[in-house]
Write a protein that binds this ligand. Structure first.
Ligand code: ADP
Length: 550
């Protein structure tokens, strides 16, 4: 018998639909951006007119479907205009990570063959070392509130964003798009290697947006005011720009003040934010600022946190300040939402915190498995066995731009994440480590993440990162790098930390050394940069009395 075809419309899933919604459903919703002085305010309705003008300007500049349009910009309203205009006209939005080294930026721009580059006035200096090295870029457009670009940038003529828009009509004829077309690309931030281009399709972005909105996921609603502190240049800003558009949220942008806890708290307070989102380092600073200033944010009901494991001490501190954290896991290659930690129905209140500290439940639409590193066999969900997380689903990458790293996809079509985890019988994922960070000691694995979190729970410690250093007998042994809280600088000892750990981790997990440093080096997106720690670390001192060796 021939299969019977469904009689539903072949409606192409695309960013144009989100644009339609902000125009028709939510035109009065505001977008507020922090500027050097005060705030810039606009509405979706006014922004849509500018999005039409922007598409007209891009077309006049020769941008065609499939062309890559790069942005080097903070979280602000102009960047949001680009998020809509570029994909909706069939071109590909390429968000450049402004914290990368010049040679990485150069590599990425050339690898993507970007044609047009939009740059915030405050970021032009970052491009200076790239002068003469990015031949695919035909036009650079400056986004400024009036201040000129620095005179000596060496990049040739720059067009002015506002002047370009003013010359255009506000009724661009959007083309018909296919949902399989590329909408955007973003390079991995290179925490464990060279950046690689992840290419999102309209379809993947659309379905991911619907996934983000689900109540058991990030659960944004029309009543929410969202402050994304997670950069728009990294992993889609966790999908929040389109999710906010789809749901009709008011949006707050911190622009270049993302690392400034005072500015963040003021913006959230003055504009009645209900949802905040950012990596754990942001919340470490925010909690400190709130404690010191005595300020509180009673309207905030959810603080989304992901990008690296949230330390228990940070979740407890934020909970104590009335800011309820929601822990999520994902990566650039998963658009990024993969799992969200909401305790299941019937969870005993005393187990709630532990459930929220896991990486949570895999979200509807995505499938997950854990596999043994050596045999490749799938492992049971027993909360004990751990192996590499592999995922598949409609918003999971199947490859990288220009075909790098083809082995990331298994033969049967699952994406290898490089994260090592165990999964409980209830389905809670617990990340143990990254395959490249896990410490291999005497044939057994030690989780650097668990050790770090245990050390960061010490009252005198602000930050800690643990790496494995080569050891002649044990292959590798853990060495901790700890940053004392300012008031305890010079007053905390290795013995104190190791004693503190004794009843928290297995004896053979105890670090061989604890080295005190002023700051843990961070990656471009604020994660602990273990590559840098490893590269600069002195070898393990053989004379040191090993705390953890058998
Ligand atoms: P990069 O791979 O360059 O760090 P990504 O932002 O794509 O850039 O990072 C994704 C990785 O971050 C994941 O593979 C995982 O190792 C880590 N990560 C993300 N969220 C969490 C989380 N909630 N807990 C632990 N690790 C996380």
């Amino acid at each position: 018998m021939p299969a019977v075809e469904g009689l539903m419309q072949d409606y192409e899933l695309s960013i144009q639909h989100v644009l339609w919604r902000i125009e028709r459903m939510h035109p009065k919703k505001e977008i507020v951006t922090k500027r050097e002085q005060g705030y810039h305010r606009t509405t979706n309705g006014d922004m849509v007119l500018r999005i039409n003008q922007l598409a007209g300007a891009l077309k006049r500049l020769g941008v065609k479907p499939g062309d890559r349009v790069a942005t080097l910009a903070w979280n602000n309203y102009r960047h949001l205009e680009l998020y809509y205009a570029v994909p909706s006209m069939g071109a590909v939005l390429h968000t450049l990570n402004l914290r990368l080294f010049p040679q990485h930026l150069e590599f990425i721009i050339n690898d993507a063959e970007d044609k047009v580059l939009f740059v915030d006035q405050t970021l032009v200096a970052l491009l200076k070392p790239l002068a003469g090295k990015i031949p695919s870029i035909k036009t650079i457009i400056l986004m400024t509130d009036g201040a000129p670009a620095p005179a000596d940038h060496g990049l040739g003529e720059m067009l002015d964003y506002e002047t370009l828009l003013k010359a255009e009509n506000d009724d661009y004829a959007w083309p018909k798009l296919s949902e399989r077309m590329a909408a955007a690309m973003c390079y991995t931030s290179g925490t464990t290697g060279n950046p690689k281009g992840v290419v999102y399709s309209h379809r993947s972005q659309f379905i991911h947006t619907m996934g983000v909105l689900q109540a058991d996921n990030l659960g944004l609603t029309e009543k929410d005011t969202v402050l994304p502190i997670v950069p728009m240049f990294h992993a889609n800003s966790w999908g929040l720009p389109y999710a906010c558009g789809m749901a009709g949220c008011k949006v707050l942008f911190p622009d270049r003040f993302m690392g400034d806890a005072k500015s963040i708290v003021e913006l959230a307070e003055q504009e009645d934010a209900t949802i905040l989102a950012g990596v754990p380092t942001i919340w470490i600073n925010t909690a400190t600022f709130l404690k010191e200033s005595g300020k509180r944010l009673p309207k905030v009901h959810t603080v989304i946190c992901g990008g690296s494991a949230i330390p228990r001490s940070v979740m407890e501190a934020m909970d104590g300040l009335g800011l309820r954290m929601l822990h999520a896991w994902g990566m650039t290659e998963t658009s990024p939402l993969g799992s969200v930690a909401r305790p299941r129905a019937g969870t005993d209140p005393k187990d709630e915190l532990n459930a929220r500290l896991t990486q949570g439940m895999i979200v509807p639409g995505v499938e997950i498995r854990i596999c043994d590193a050596a045999s490749g066999e799938e492992l049971p969900w027993d909360g004990v066995a751990f192996g590499e997380i592999q995922v598949r689903g409609p918003w999971i990458a199947r490859g990288y731009h220009n075909g790098y790293d083809p082995d990331k996809l298994t033969e049967d079509g699952w994406f290898r994440t490089g994260d090592v985890a165990k999964i409980s019988p209830e389905g809670y994922i617990q990340i143990v480590d990254r395959t490249k960070d896990v410490i291999k000691s005497g044939g057994e694995w030690i989780s650097s993440v668990e050790l770090e979190n245990a050390i960061m729970a010490h009252p005198k410690i602000l930050e800690a990162a643990v790496i494995g250093l080569v050891h002649p007998k044990w292959d590798e042994r853990p060495v901790a790098f700890a940053v004392p809280r300012p008031e305890f600088k010079g007053q905390v000892t290795q013995a104190e930390i190791v004693d503190f750990l004794r009843d928290k981790v297995a004896k053979w997990w105890l670090p061989d050394e604890v080295r005190f440093i002023d700051e843990v080096p961070k990656t471009s997106v604020g994660k602990f940069d273990k590559k840098v720690l490893r590269a600069n670390a002195a070898p393990i001192k053989e004379s040191a009395a090993p705390a953890g060796r058998a």
